[in-house]
Design a binder for this molecule. Structure first.
Ligand SMILES: [Zn+2]
Length: 381
């Protein structure tokens, strides 16, 4: 099956002007002008007047559901495919959260594989908030080596739900990730849920100061509270990557403002990413740490905040979309993702000029056409 999208204004994310994009199988074969391939079963979409971007990449999303902090009735539901397609998300990294009892890591792997079978690209982090990490095998290295979907390990730091590991423990986990990933031919990341309690960035500072490469340390929820944001900016100025949550955990009036402030502080734009925290619960605690309410995190936050960067902050489209496409893919060392170029994974979004999402292609398959989702998940009717 081949697909030719003609006459779209292509943002790769770089603005390439009006181009045709040819896809076949799961790859982009060509991006050029007046492409006229002679292929059997070629479907052509005329996208004149439309904007084409990469498919979007959400690197912190609770695909199996999260929550549970208020007992069994507060466990959030699993994600279904159409929720992702509805906001142009074609690539995800699934994570676990607080619940280490009822949310197993094999269950997360099964859901990641189910989403792949349904048509998107998906990876995961082993473990959850706990330390020592909850693994699929007997070691971090084996998880990285034997499971292609595993990009690294998740923990929580500075959160009242975390295990409060000390610096040496965090460094040992990082060392296991680094060496395990070397053997597996990956980069290997420690993806860190950052809570409100100060100190986690001091741990990174000490570890990096002792000579450990900063690229393996990946804090998220970096906009959640002012002191975390300020430490995150400092961490990014020292060469680190920071992830800002768009669905919850943000102390700014909008997450887009956190991006703008980080840029104004001089952070390398390619070291900033956005993720939704979709389908996590959004618990609210009082000052005693008691939960007083909760909701389910949406998965549309990334697209919403990128639109805000463009509409309210006047950011060019080609820059605004990097935070949910190429930056994420580059940061994770997944070169075929988050870009529209020859040889890349055949993902794309089509928008009207006023940025209304009308089309989504994931791994070469049209998932949304004329604003209608045409490929649904297994149990969506
Ligand atoms: Zn989360």
């Amino acid at each position: 099956m081949a697909l030719l999208i003609k006459n779209a204004r292509v943002f790769a994310p770089k603005d390439l002007g009006v181009k045709d994009v040819l896809m076949a199988g799961e790859q982009i074969l060509a991006v050029g002008e007046n492409l006229a391939p002679n292929l059997p079963d070629l479907e052509t979409i005329d996208a004149k007047g439309m904007i084409l971007t990469p498919g979007f990449f959400d690197q912190h999303i609770h695909v199996t559901g999260g929550g549970g902090e208020g007992g069994p009735a507060t466990r959030t539901p699993e994600i279904v495919l159409s929720e992702l397609i509805a906001c142009g998300t074609t690539s995800v990294v699934g994570v676990s959260g607080t619940d280490f009892t009822t949310r197993s890591i094999p269950n997360l792997l099964a859901k990641v594989r189910a989403l792949k079978a349904e048509g998107v690209s998906a990876w995961m982090y082993t473990s959850n908030y706990r330390c020592p990490p909850t693994l699929l095998t007997d070691s971090i290295g084996n998880d990285l080596f034997f499971v292609p979907e595993v990009l690294g390990v998740k923990i929580a730091l500075g959160d009242h739900r975390s295990s409060f590991p000390d610096t040496q423990t965090v460094m040992s986990i990082l060392a296991d990730i680094r060496v395990g990933a070397m053997l597996a031919g990956k980069i290997g990341f420690l993806h860190i849920h950052t809570g409100n309690i100060p100190g986690s960035f001091d741990i990174y500072k000490e570890i990096v100061g002792r000579g450990f490469p900063i690229r393996h340390i990946r804090p998220t929820h970096c906009g959640r509270i002012r002191h975390v944001f300020d430490s995150a900016v400092e961490f990014a100025l020292a060469g680190g990557w920071i992830d800002i949550t768009t669905g919850a955990s943000c102390c700014f009036d909008h997450p887009a403002r956190a991006v703008v402030e980080a840029l104004e502080a001089g952070v390398d734009p390619t070291h900033i990413t956005l993720s939704t925290d979709g389908h996590g619960s959004v618990p609210r605690f009082n000052e005693k740490g008691e939960m007083i309410g909760l909701g389910v995190g949406g998965v549309e936050g990334n697209l919403k905040e990128v639109k805000r960067l463009i509409a309210e902050f006047g950011m060019p489209i080609e820059k605004a979309i990097t935070f949910i496409s190429s930056n994420v893919a580059q940061a994770l060392g997944l070169p075929g993702q988050g870009v529209v170029e020859k040889g890349a994974c055949a993902n794309a979004c089509l928008f009207t000029e006023d940025l209304e999402l009308k089309g989504v292609v994931s791994r070469g398959r049209v998932m949304m056409r004329d604003g209608e989702i045409i490929v649904k998940g297994t149990f969506e009717y």
